[in-house]
Design a protein around this ligand. Structure first.
Ligand code: PMP
Length: 308
């Protein structure tokens, strides 16, 4: 069992150390000194799960939603010996203040355990659990103002028959990284991934929203996407603003012919998408509905959340 003694869960780093820190299996170290076991099953095979969570003004945004998704994945992958969710929640709330960051990013990792060979029954099935408190900025202010040029990637999302997109596994992300490299090579801000049927799925680390008139639509989860937590928040914001919010199968035509398109994710937050494969979208700048939703999201992230 990976349960920690209460002493371990309250491990305190040297009070003089500030900045990015890592809690790993009960010990806190500065980021540069933290190491995982060489035979960690996520390190060897990608056999683990992760979450990325933001905090603003020392309040963690949607903490319980992220924990719930993580534990659904733990259950689905049959990762044994994980501490109860309440305990991990308490650890996070105890570790965050020690990084001395007002705004930042919590990276949670859960690996199945430690041992060589892929058979889980033949390794030490004590999960390696990590809480990294760091900061992360994907885009600069100008990119948020002007929006991103996006390309269509040749790398497709895994079909759900192969790997359910709701399981946020570490191993899955090699495809997203390949897609991100495609975007980088073309000088694009992001890459749009299609599913194996050719329908729009998501960007490499973000969901996509497409606006036509009053309709704000996003691909359904059946399209092979992660049901992003930001996605769900944005659907609520858009509905509250009086838009018709729809989850539907989305084509590249829908994207290119849209009035506005934007991307959503915990790390990226909300950012306009102004072209696809050099075809301008809408006016070629983030539109008024996108801007309004960005403002509402900023307001929510800075007024709600679990304090630490
Ligand atoms: N899709 C993928 C593939 C992602 O990695 C992420 C980021 N976790 C998202 C969408 C957005 O999800 P969320 O809003 O929960 O961060």
């Amino acid at each position: 069992m990976a349960t920690m003694s209460s002493l371990e869960s309250q491990a305190v780093i040297s009070p003089t150390t500030t900045g990015p820190i890592v809690w790993l299996n009960g010990t806190i170290k500065p980021l540069a000194e933290a190491t995982t076991p060489a035979a960690d099953h996520a390190h060897l095979y990608g056999d683990g799960l992760f979450e990325g969570i933001r905090f603003y003004d020392r309040r963690i945004f949607k903490l319980d939603e992220h924990l719930s998704r993580l534990y659904d994945g733990v259950n689905m992958l049959d990762i044994r010996g994980m501490m109860p969710v309440e305990e991990l929640r308490e650890i996070i709330l105890n570790v965050c203040p020690q990084a001395d960051l007002t705004d930042g990013y919590v990276r949670l990792n859960v690996s199945r355990g430690t041992g060589l060979g892929l058979d889980p029954w033949k390794i030490n099935q004590t999960p390696n659990v990590m809480v990294m408190v760091n900061f992360l900025r994907l885009y600069n202010e100008q990119q948020y103002q002007e929006g991103l040029k996006v390309i269509t990637c040749s790398t497709r999302v895994f079909p759900a028959q192969c790997l359910d997109p709701q399981i946020k596994t570490i191993g899955r992300y090699v495809a997203n990284i390949q897609a991100k490299l495609e975007a980088n090579r073309q000088g694009a801000g992001e890459g749009l991934m299609l599913n194996t049927e050719g329908h729009v799925a998501e960007a490499t680390g973000d969901n996509i929203f497409v606006i036509h008139g009053n309709k704000v639509s996003t691909p359904t989860t059946a399209c092979g996407i992660l049901n992003g937590i930001t996605r769900r928040v944005v659907m609520d914001i858009a509905a509250n603003l009086g838009h018709d919010v729809v989850e539907e199968r989305t084509t590249m035509f829908d994207v290119v012919s849209a009035d506005e398109v934007f991307l959503t994710g915990t790390a990226a937050e909300i950012i306009g998408m102004i072209s696809l494969d050099s075809r301008p979208i809408g006016g070629g700048v983030p539109g008024p509905i996108t801007r309004k939703i960005m403002a509402e999201y900023h307001n929510l992230t800075h007024t709600t959340g679990t304090p630490f």
